[in-house]
Structure formats: C-alpha cells, structure tokens
Design a protein around this ligand. Structure first.
Ligand code: NAD
Length: 434
C-alpha cells in the first residue's frame, strides 16, 4: 500500500517507519525542512531505541521517503495519516490548529480518492470537523473518507508497541474504510486478531480514556504514598500487596515524583476541558491533575525540610532529565519543575541524562546548571544527589564513588529505586512514601 504520514514527530516518524518495515511505500511529510533534510541523510531527530536502523534500512529499500512536498506525497498515496501535534493551549484546551491546517492542506492538494486517518490525539467530535474542512476545501472532485486510529505507543518502546500493538482501535463510519485499515494493520496483528472496531467518536474518546485511566492509577498511588509517609506505612510493601490482586495488577502503581511527557498531562487536561464544554464537571480527572502537579513538588519539599528554604550555598547533582527512561523527550517532565524550583531558591545544579540533555536545554536555560557527560561527574562538589528519571544505569550505586565525591551523603530518590540498606553505609535516603 502507498501511504502518506503527515507530521514526522515521535508518532509520525515511528508509525511511518513501521509501516514501511512491513513493505508499504511510505511518505513522511513535515513542514520542518531541517528535520526532513536530516532524515534524508540518516540523522534521526529523536532518540528512540531501534528507530535509526529501521529508518536507514527502509530508505535504502526505497520503502520510506521524507519530504516537505505534500502534493508529491498525496499524488502517490491513497491512505493519509494525520500525526501532527495537538499541544495544550494556554487556557488548557487542546490546540487543534496544526490538525485543521493539515486538513485544509490535504483538501487543497489531494488528487485521488483517499482515506484520511486521524492518528493525532483529538477531542471527541474533531474527526467530523476535519471531514467538513476536507469537503469544503477540496479543489478536485475526489471522494475522501475519514477514520480515527488513535495511537497507543509508549516512547522508549515505541517500535515494539508499533510492531506488536496490544490492540488496534479503528473508528469508522463506513465498512470500506474499516476494511482498508484492517488490511494495512493485518501484518502487525497476524498471530491473533487485536482489532477493535467502533464509531469515530468512541475511538477518539478511547484514547483520552486510556491515558486518563493510567494517569489516575499513578496519582492514586502517589496519594497512597503520601498517606503512607504520614502514617509510617511503606508504599513499596503496599504496592506489592495490592498489585497481587489481578483486578488491580502491578502496572502503573509506582509512587514517584509525578508523571510527565507529552501525553498524560495534556490529555487529562484536554479531557477535563472537553467535559466542561459539554457542561459536565469532571471531579476525578481534576483531582488526578491536581495531585500530579503537587507531586512534582514533593522532592523540592523534602529538600527544603532537610536544607532550609535558602539553597544559595548548595549544589545538587541530578540524575535523569527525560520524563521517563529510554527517551530524550522532556515535555512536561517533573525534572523541569524540580530543577526550576531549586534554581529559584538559589541552588546550583549539575545534571546528567543519557539522552535528554540537548532537549532539556531548550526548556530550562540557566547559567546555574552545569551539564556533565557521566553520571558520577554530577557528584563532584554536590551536597546531595537527586534521582529523577530511573534510567537503568542509575539503578546500581557505587557507594564508594558516591562517598568519595558527594560533599554530604544525602540522596533524594524520586522513583523509589534504591534499597534502604544504603542507610547502613551512612547515607541519608529520602524516598516517596517509605
Ligand atoms: P511532535 O510534536 O513530536 O511531532 C509533530 C510534528 O508535526 C512536528 O515534526 C511538526 O513539525 C509537524 N507538523 C506540524 N504542522 C505540520 C504541517 N502542517 N504539515 C506537516 N507537518 C507538520 O508530536 P508527537 O509527540 O509525535 O504527537 C503527535 C500526536 O500524537 C499528538 O496528538 C499526540 O498527543 C499523539 N500521541 C503522542 C504519543 C507520544 O508518545 N508522543 C503517543 C500517542 C499519541
């Protein structure tokens, strides 16, 4: 099949590449010329395991093309994916400008009957607005159908998720569109049927409900952690105690310093705003968001309790800037809140992340942050170590190295990955809910 994927970001680049891996001919289109030129030369704009090799291989096989020329791509495709960003606006609503602009551009350039598939996360009802834009602006006499196909990939394991999805949700209003997408996704679900067909509005809602559910689990567990801390219980034990119940499960019940990323925060807020537009006040969702915002401050509060509110004489070593391991994405990462707050209180920061230093520099600019190239270099002259992102390389501690380099043997563990046993070696360990 010949496809166009519009928007070559985390979702568009990964899904376009995976479609090409299955032998389809894929055009990845973006307005960012620099990004497209780099991709043509094998330079990948994001860090995602296995992605670079697959992009290069499929370019060599002539399955994968990068271009800024939408018309050229549309001329040779009959399935068009919209995968542009849907960021949060200042007022918390979902900014659909990119999606609507793309819909208009498709209408103005399309020259053959096509199926337009909305992969971007969009509020309920957006698909029909896109259909209206397509119909009102198309210059050629062609039939354009629409479908919703929300994306559930997780950054860090995006290729795996894309090649072997848990489910493929397809929202359509006509059988032909459903059949086309079934054929396209067939090779990805060949060992057993994982298609879930539904109407377009329900597919759009499914994506928000999935992210809201996962965010709710995290905020719930963070709340339990905070209660544990007050009462003397240990949230790690409680996690094992409840996770063993199959109805609850072990996933997404880790206490920590809050969720971040380009999806959970904006999608929870987006769903709250959609509800309000329809005169419904969501109570659980508002609290999920509120708990998460305060959870990002938990580490800062612990630091103030230990060192006082004037941190101007102190330096903190930070491990991990990405919103989670295995990605360079720092959008809405807890590291941004934590480091910004510490800087406001006069602290100096030495930071290390295996992949996210470049992206973090765009978000927080300060002469009081020094970036270093190895995890132990952050410790030199630091008064404490703060673990924010649980990359594998941070999981084992060389206590001799820590003792030699840290000025004070103090660790703030924002992800509860360290054993209390290190307290026997003279370290002060501050964790979440235990
Ligand atoms: P992104 O910001 O990484 O990428 C968006 C890309 O679209 C950018 O490269 C931008 O230049 C391009 N673009 C903007 N306007 C364009 C236009 N008119 N024509 C061509 N390209 C254009 O975004 P992302 O993280 O890939 O997310 C895309 C969508 O997928 C969002 O709705 C997001 O909520 C959803 N989603 C994201 C993830 C994730 O983990 N990142 C997972 C599931 C769903």
């Amino acid at each position: 099949m010949n496809l166009t994927v519009i928007g070559t970001g985390y979702v568009g680049l990964v899904t376009g590449t995976c479609f090409s891996e299955m032998g389809n001919k894929v055009y990845c289109v973006d307005v960012d010329e620099n990004k497209i030129n780099n991709l043509k030369n094998g330079i990948i704009p994001i860090y995602e395991p296995h992605l670079a090799t697959m992009v290069i291989d499929n370019q060599i096989k002539n399955n994968l093309f990068f271009t800024t020329d939408l018309r050229e791509a549309l001329n040779d495709s009959n399935i068009i994916f919209i995968a542009v960003g849907t960021p949060q606006s200042e007022d918390g609503t979902v900014n659909l400008d990119f999606v609507f602009t793309v819909a208009k551009q498709i209408a103005e350039n399309i020259s053959r009957d096509s199926l337009v598939v909305i992969k971007s996360t969009v509020p309920v009802g957006t698909g029909f607005k896109i259909k209206k834009i397509l119909d009102e602006n198309k210059i050629n006499n062609v039939n354009v159908s629409i479908a919703s196909n929300p994306e559930f990939l997780k950054e860090g394991v995006a290729i795996e998720d894309c090649m072997r999805p848990d489910r493929v949700v397809i929202g359509t209003e006509d059988t032909k569109s459903a059949e086309i997408l079934k054929e396209l996704y067939g090779p990805f679900v060949s060992n057993h049927d994982r298609f879930i067909f539904m109407d377009i509005k329900s597919a759009e809602m499914t994506k928000y409900a999935a992210n809201a559910m996962l965010a709710t689990k995290i905020s719930f567990m963070n709340e339990i952690a905070n209660i544990c801390e007050k009462t003397g219980a240990n949230v790690q034990n409680v996690r094992l105690g409840i996770g063993s119940d199959k109805r609850i499960g072990y996933k997404f019940i880790y206490a920590g310093c809050g969720y971040g990323g380009s999806c959970f925060p904006k999608d929870v807020k987006g769903l709250i705003n959609t509800s309000l537009e329809y005169d419904y006040t969501p109570r659980i969702l508002s609290m999920v968001d509120e708990v998460n915002e305060s959870q990002k401050m938990i580490i800062v509060e612990k630091i103030i309790n230990k060192f006082g509110s004037n941190l101007s004489h102190l330096t903190f070593g930070v491990w991990g800037l990405a919103f989670k391991p295995q990605t360079d994405d720092v959008r809405c990462a807890p590291s941004i809140t934590i480091i910004s707050e510490l800087l406001k209180k006069g602290a100096k920061i030495k930071a290390y992340d295996p992949k996210a230093i470049r992206t973090f520099k765009y978000e927080v600019d300060s002469e009081n942050i020094e970036y270093v190239n190895s995890k132990y270099d952050v410790l030199d002259g630091a008064d404490a170590l703060i673990l924010i992102t649980e990359w594998k390389e941070f999981r084992s501690l060389d206590l001799d190295e820590l003792s030699k380099r840290l000025k004070q043997k103090v660790i703030f563990d924002g992800r509860n990955i360290y054993s209390k046993r290190i307290e026997d070696e003279g370290f002060e360990l501050y964790q979440i809910g235990c």
